[in-house]
Design a protein around this ligand. Structure first.
Ligand code: NAP
Length: 307
C-alpha cells in the first residue's frame, strides 16, 4: 500500500522512514514537508496539493508535533484518507474526539499510535499481571531533555506537554498492562520560569483495586537514563525497564519478546491490518491521564530552562 509521511523531522527520520522502508506492507510514495525530503520520493510542501495530485495514496502518517497535527489530520480524513497519528493523538481530547467522529463519518481508518506499547516486553508484562493482585505500582521516567529534544521549542509551549511528552509513553504502557483502571488524584508540576510546560512531575493515581500507584517524571537527568515501571503484586515483583524492552520478575529475566522486532515496525504492521479491515483504534486513556494531571496539578515555578 502507498503511504505519505507528513513532517520530516526527528521522529520521521529516526523511526518512521526506516520502518516503512523495511515493511512488506508499505511503499513510501510521497513526503509532505516544509524543509525535508527523501531521495527518490516525490516531495510536496503542501498537504492539500499532495491530496489533490496523488489520489492513489490512500494513507498518510502524521509525524508533526501535537499542536499543528489536528488541522492536517482533519484535512486528510475529509479527503478520504486513512490516518496514522504519532503520539499524543492530539493536543487536546476534544481534537481527538473530533477526529474520531470525522473518521467514522468518512469511513477511513484512524490510528492513535502509542509506540511504547510496542516495546518488546509490554505484551508479556500484561499477560503476567493479568491474574495478579496489584499492591503498588511505581513509574520512574527520568531522561535528559537536551539529549532527546535538542532545540525543540514546541515542547515548552502550550500543547507541547513538556515532560509529559515522554511521560505519556510510560502512561501508555501502564494503561496497557494493568487489568484495572486508574485515574489521577493529585499532581505536582515543576514549570521552569521561562516555559509554559513542566520539566518534572509527580503524580498519584486512584487504582480500582486499591493499590498505591505513583509516577515521577523528570527531564533533568544526566548520565544513565531511567525508564522503569515496577509493579508489586501478591505473587511477586515485576520490573519493566529500558522503556518496556526488559522484563524481570523478582529480579530474574522473564517473559518472551513480542514477534517482529521494533516498536515502529509493529506500529506499521498494525496500521496495515487496520486499513485492511477498516475502523478506528483511538485509545485515549494515556491522554486522559495527562489532561487530568494538568487540570489537578499544583504548579511550582523552578529554574529557567536554557537549551
Ligand atoms: P520535530 O522534529 O520538532 O518536528 C517534526 C516535524 O514537524 C518538523 O520537522 C516539521 O516538519 C513539522 N512541524 C513542526 N512544527 C510545525 C508547525 N508549526 N507546522 C507544521 N509543521 C510543523 O518533532 P519530533 O521529535 O519529530 O516529534 C514529532 C512527534 O513525534 C511528537 O508528537 C513527539 O511526541 C513524537 N515522538 C517523538 C520522538 C522523539 O524522539 N523525538 C519519539 C517518539 C515520538 P517539516 O519541517 O518537515 O515541515
Amino acid at each position: 500500500m502507498k503511504i505519505a509521511v507528513v513532517g520530516i523531522g526527528k521522529i520521521a527520520q529516526d523511526q518512521h522512514l526506516p520502518a516503512i522502508a523495511a515493511s512488506p506492507d508499505w511503499d513510501l510514495a510521497a513526503t509532505v514537508s516544509r524543509s525535508g525530503k527523501v531521495d527518490g520520493v516525490e516531495a510536496f510542501t503542501d498537504l492539500s496539493v499532495m491530496l489533490e495530485d496523488r489520489p492513489d495514496i490512500r494513507t498518510v502518517s502524521l509525524c508533526l508535533p501535537p499542536v499543528p497535527r489536528f488541522a492536517y489530520a482533519m484535512q486528510a480524513i475529509r479527503a478520504g484518507r486513512h490516518v496514522m497519528l504519532e503520539k499524543p493523538p492530539g493536543a487536546t481530547l476534544a481534537e481527538c474526539h473530533a477526529l474520531t467522529e470525522a473518521a467514522r463519518e468518512a469511513g477511513t481508518a484512524l490510528y492513535a499510535t502509542w509506540h511504547s506499547r510496542q516495546a518488546d516486553m509490554v505484551a508479556a508484562a500484561r499477560a503476567w499481571l493479568a491474574d495478579k493482585s496489584l499492591r503498588r505500582l511505581t513509574v520512574t521516567w527520568k531522561e535528559d531533555v537536551r539529549r532527546w529534544h535538542p532545540g525543540q521549542a514546541w515542547i515548552w509551549e502550550p500543547g507541547g506537554l513538556g515532560v509529559f511528552d515522554p511521560g505519556i509513553n510510560a502512561l501508555s504502557i501502564v494503561t496497557e498492562i494493568l487489568p484495572d483502571a486508574i485515574h489521577v488524584t493529585d499532581a505536582r508540576l515543576e514549570v521552569p520560569e521561562n516555559c509554559q510546560t513542566p520539566i518534572a512531575a509527580d503524580i498519584r493515581f486512584h487504582h480500582a483495586g486499591g493499590a498505591e500507584v505513583t509516577a515521577t517524571f523528570d527531564w533533568r537527568q544526566e548520565g544513565p537514563q531511567t525508564w522503569e515501571i515496577e509493579a508489586v503484586t501478591d505473587q511477586g515483583r515485576l520490573t519493566l525497564s529500558d522503556g518496556g524492552a526488559v522484563m524481570q520478575v523478582d529480579g530474574v529475566a522473564a517473559g518472551e519478546a513480542a514477534a517482529l522486532g521494533g516498536e515502529y515496525p509493529r506500529l506499521y504492521e498494525q496500521m496495515a491490518r487496520l486499513v485492511e479491515r477498516g475502523g478506528l483504534d483511538m485509545d485515549l486513556r494515556p491522554l486522559v491521564l495527562v489532561a487530568d494531571a494538568f487540570t489537578l496539578g499544583r504548579r511550582v515555578t523552578t529554574a529557567a530552562f536554557v537549551d
